[in-house]
Design a protein. Structure first.
Length: 640
C-alpha cells in the first residue's frame, strides 16, 4: 500500500490528509511535542515525532523508518529546501513537489531573477546578497544609484515567503539596520539569512500565475490570482480571476510564467508571482516552488484539485484535469472565488499575534462555502507557530455574488477565546473599493483607520462596551437570569419574567437571554436593537468577556481591571504586548528616550515586532534579559 508522510502541520496538513484519504493511502504526519494537541495527529494513521519541523535529517530518518513511499512537504518549513528534497529522494521516497534542481534554479528569489532574465521575463533591478557581502555598507548608496535603484527600497529574504524577512526602507541610512533585522527574521523562519535589496514599486497590484509542469519540458497554467490585499507583505485576501486581467493579458503573463516551467523542466505545482503597474506592465517578483496557501481559489474557478494532481504526478501519471502539457492553451475561468485568511492577530493593536484557547469555534457552512482549518473546538492557537487558524473560501457566479457570500460567511464564523482578524476581514469584504477591485499592495496600509473602525453603529458599540451590558451578559452566562434595570431591581422578587417595572425616567430596559447552542445569546434593546440580535459569548479565565455579534468581535476586560486601567496607563511600566522571546534590548538604564522610540525587539509566532516607548522619558529599570521567554504581557521596563 502507498504510504504518505505529511511533513507539515495545521490546515495544510489536514488538507493534504483529506486528499490522501480519498485515494485510500496510509498517512503519517510529522509532528513535535510542542504541537501535541494538533487535531491532525488524531486524524492520521501514525504520528512521527521529531524535534522540529525544520529538522531535515530527523524527518527523513523517521519517514524512511515508517516505510514511506511518498512525502508531501506542504508549504513553509522545508517545502522549498533543495537539500531536503534531495535527501528525501535519496532515501527512496518520492518527493511530492518539484525536483531539487527546480528549487535551485527557481526557488531562491535571486537565482529565479537571473533565470527570468535569461528567459526574457521583465524583472526589477536589485543589489544581490553576494554583492552586499563584499560591499561595505557605506558603498551601497553609490552602487544602488548606479543601477537606478532609488528610495524607497525593499529588503527581501532570498528564501522562504509569507512576508517574513522583508522590510520597506525609505532612507539610505536605514538600510544597514533593515538588512540586519530582515536577515535575522529570515534565519529564524527558513534557516536561511541571505537577503538582497531591490527597487520597491509603490502601489502596484500583485498578480500570480498558477503553473503545473510535467517534469519533461511541458506544462500548463491555470490562470491568475489577485493577491494585492496585503499587510506587511503578507497576503490577507485573494481572488481568482483578477478583476483587471483580461484574456489578452492573461495569455501574455501565462506565456511568461510557462517560459520558466519549460526551460527548467519544472515538475508539479508552482506559482510565478508578478507585480503589475497601472500601465499594465508586469515584472517578475519570484517563483514559489510549492503549493501556495491560496491554491483553493484556483481550484474553485477551474474545477481542479491541485493536491490530487500532485499525487497523480508523484504516482507517474499526468492528471487528466490539467489538459495537454505539450500544447499551450489559455484557460477560461468559471465564476469568481475568494479566500480570506483568518489569523490569530489583533489588527486594532498593530496586528500583534494573539495565540490562545479556542473556547468557541464555529465555522460557517453553506453552498459554495469551504473552510480549510487547522484547529477544532476547545483547541488552541499555538504560540510556537504561525498565526493562521483557517481559510474561508467562497465561490460565486460573479464578483458581486462572491463578495456578498464571503461577507455572510465571515459574519457566521465565530472564534472566541483568542482575538482574531475576523472583524478586519469583514470590513474589507464590505468596502466599496475592494468590491469594485480598486486595490493595490499598499491599499490596506492607506485605509487602516477605517478598516479598524467599529462595525456596529456608534451608540450600540458604546452600549455593548459599557458596564450595564457587561454585568448583564456575565450574569446570563452564569445562569443567573435576566438583568434588572433601575427601580426594577428593587422589585425583582415581585416581577414576572416578562414584567418591566419602572417609570418613564428609568433607564431603557434591555434583555439578554441564552440560546440553545454553546455560548449563544440574544440581545434586545427598545432603541438600539428593537429586534433581537444574535451573538455568541464566553467568559475568560482572567474574568473578562469575549463576544461576537453581527460580524464584530469585542473583548471586555474584567470590570475591576477596567476601572484600574486609568491608573495602570500612567504607572510608567512598559509591558510586552504578547507572549514571546526577547530578541534584542535596544536601550539601557538611564537612557532618555522619545515617544515611539524602539525599546525592545520581541519575536512571537515567527515574526519580529518592535516594542516602542508609550511616551517620552527616562529608562529607570529593565526587567528582562536577551533570549528570555515571556509567557504573556510581562513588564519589560520602567520609565519616569
Amino acid at each position: 500500500m502507498t504510504r504518505l508522510v505529511i511533513a507539515n502541520r495545521g490546515e495544510i496538513a489536514r488538507r493534504i490528509l483529506r486528499a490522501a484519504r480519498e485515494r485510500g493511502l496510509q498517512i503519517a504526519v510529522i509532528s513535535t511535542v510542542e504541537d501535541i494537541d494538533a487535531p491532525v495527529r488524531r486524524e492520521a494513521d501514525a504520528v512521527l515525532e521529531v524535534s522540529s519541523f525544520l529538522a531535515m535529517e530527523e524527518i527523513v530518518a523517521v519517514a524512511q523508518g515508517w516505510g514511506a513511499t511518498l512525502l508531501h512537504p506542504g508549504y513553509g518549513f522545508l517545502s522549498e529546501n533543495a537539500d531536503f528534497a534531495r535527501a528525501v529522494e535519496a532515501a527512496g521516497i518520492a518527493f511530492v513537489g518539484p525536483t531539487s534542481e527546480n528549487m535551485v534554479a527557481l526557488g531562491g528569489k535571486e537565482s529565479a531573477k537571473a533565470f527570468a532574465r535569461l528567459c526574457g521575463v521583465p524583472t526589477l533591478d536589485a543589489l544581490l546578497s553576494n554583492e552586499l557581502a563584499y560591499l561595505a555598507p557605506e558603498d551601497w548608496a553609490a552602487e544602488l544609484e548606479a543601477r537606478g535603484i532609488v528610495a524607497p527600497f525593499l529588503v527581501k529574504a532570498s528564501g522562504g515567503g509569507g512576508g517574513r524577512g522583508m522590510r520597506v526602507v525609505g532612507r539610505l541610512q536605514d538600510l544597514p539596520e533593515a538588512v540586519r533585522r530582515a536577515s535575522e527574521e529570515a534565519l529564524a523562519s527558513f534557516s536561511d539569512g541571505t537577503v538582497f535589496i531591490e527597487r520597491y514599486l509603490i502601489a502596484p497590484r500583485h498578480v500570480e500565475i498558477q503553473v503545473f509542469g510535467d517534469g519533461r519540458g511541458g506544462g500548463v497554467f491555470l490562470g491568475e490570482r489577485e493577491c494585492s490585499l496585503q499587510r506587511r507583505h503578507q497576503k490577507v485576501l485573494e481572488e481568482a480571476p483578477s478583476s483587471v486581467v483580461d484574456a489578452t493579458l492573461r495569455e501574455v503573463m501565462g506565456r511568461a510564467a510557462l517560459a520558466l516551467v519549460w526551460a527548467t523542466h519544472y515538475r508539479g505545482a508552482g506559482t510565478v508571482e508578478f507585480l503589475l503597474d497601472d500601465e499594465g506592465r508586469f515584472f517578475f517578483l519570484e517563483m514559489n516552488t510549492r503549493l501556495q496557501v491560496e491554491h483553493p481559489v484556483t481550484e474553485q474557478v477551474y474545477g481542479v484539485d491541485l493536491v490530487q494532481a500532485q499525487l497523480d504526478l508523484a504516482a507517474g501519471r499526468w492528471p487528466e484535469a490539467m489538459g495537454d502539457p505539450t500544447q499551450f492553451a489559455v484557460p477560461r475561468p468559471h465564476g469568481v472565488a475568494l479566500e480570506a485568511r483568518v489569523l490569530a492577530e489583533d489588527p486594532r493593536q498593530g496586528f500583534f499575534p494573539t495565540p490562545g484557547p479556542l473556547r468557541i469555534y464555529r465555522e460557517p457552512k453553506g453552498e459554495h462555502i469551504r473552510v480549510d482549518s487547522g484547529v477544532v473546538q476547545s483547541g488552541r492557537v499555538n504560540d510556537r507557530f504561525d498565526s493562521l487558524i483557517a481559510k474561508v473560501i467562497v465561490w460565486g457566479e460573479n464578483r458581486a455574488q462572491a463578495w456578498a457570500r464571503l461577507s455572510e460567511a465571515l459574519e457566521a464564523f465565530v472564534i472566541l477565546g483568542c482575538t482574531t482578524n475576523l472583524p478586519f476581514l469583514q470590513a474589507l469584504s464590505r468596502h466599496p473599493d475592494v468590491r469594485g477591485g480598486c486595490v493595490s499592495t499598499d491599499w490596506i496600509a492607506a485605509h487602516l483607520a477605517e478598516l479598524n473602525a467599529p462595525l456596529l453603529p456608534e451608540a450600540l458599540d458604546t452600549f455593548l462596551k459599557g458596564d450595564a451590558f457587561h454585568r448583564a451578559l456575565d450574569e446570563t452566562l452564569r445562569g443567573l437570569g435576566q438583568p434588572k434595570h433601575g427601580p426594577a431591581a428593587r422589585f425583582a422578587a415581585l416581577s414576572h419574567s416578562e414584567l418591566q417595572v419602572g417609570g418613564p425616567c428609568s433607564t431603557a430596559p434591555f434583555r439578554v437571554s441564552m440560546g440553545v447552542e454553546l455560548g449563544e445569546f440574544f440581545f434586545q434593546h427598545p432603541v438600539l436593537a428593537p429586534t433581537a440580535l444574535r451573538g455568541w459569548a464566553c467568559r475568560l479565565p482572567e474574568g473578562g468577556l469575549h463576544f461576537s455579534m453581527d460580524g464584530e468581535t469585542l473583548r471586555l476586560a474584567a470590570l475591576e481591571a477596567k476601572h484600574r486601567q486609568a491608573e495602570a496607563d500612567s504607572d510608567g511600566l512598559v509591558r510586552a504586548p504578547m507572549a514571546g522571546k526577547v530578541v534584542e534590548i535596544c536601550v539601557a538604564v538611564g537612557d532618555v528616550v522619545e515617544e515611539s522610540q524602539i525599546l525592545f525587539i520581541l519575536e512571537s509566532m515567527k515574526m519580529q515586532m518592535e516594542v516602542r516607548a508609550p511616551k517620552g522619558g527616562r529608562v529607570v529599570a529593565i526587567r528582562v534579559l536577551p533570549d528570555q521567554i515571556l509567557p504573556g504581557p510581562e513588564v519589560m521596563a520602567e520609565m519616569e
